[in-house]
Design a protein around this ligand. Structure first.
Ligand SMILES: [Zn+2]
Length: 115
């Protein structure tokens, strides 16, 4: 294994902490009920609400990926491509710390998704 893994793990832990804070804030906001009488405001509010929901979903998705990556550190499977079993390049992991696949397998995987 390579020497930058500690840095990558630290990045993941920092990102996890940041997302936890963000998601907690979003959840609190979602539960606070504002007084809305005007139908225009109501429409705006529902737009905001759906925006917030999709934002929260992608944050949640990111959060799950980070948690999974941290777990991989613990069981020693971090940085190994789930498709071909080869090491994922350090360069790729530094940009995408939660990558499951090496670049070649990821490209293949994305091709399959869009077919
Ligand atoms: Zn691969």
């Amino acid at each position: 294994m390579n020497r930058n893994l500690d840095t990558i793990k630290q990045n993941l832990l920092d990102q996890k902490k940041e997302l936890e804070l963000k998601l907690t804030t979003l959840a609190k906001e979602a539960f606070s009920d504002g007084q809305v009488q005007d139908p225009g405001d109501q429409a705006l509010l529902s737009t905001m609400e759906s925006l917030r929901t999709s934002l929260q979903d992608s944050d949640l998705e990111q959060y799950k990926r980070i948690v999974r990556a941290i777990k991989k550190f613990e069981d020693g499977s971090y940085g190994i491509c789930i498709d071909c079993g080869n090491d994922i390049s350090e360069k790729r992991l530094l940009s995408f710390a939660d990558a499951d696949r090496c670049l070649a397998c990821q490209e293949e995987y994305e091709d399959l998704q869009t077919e």
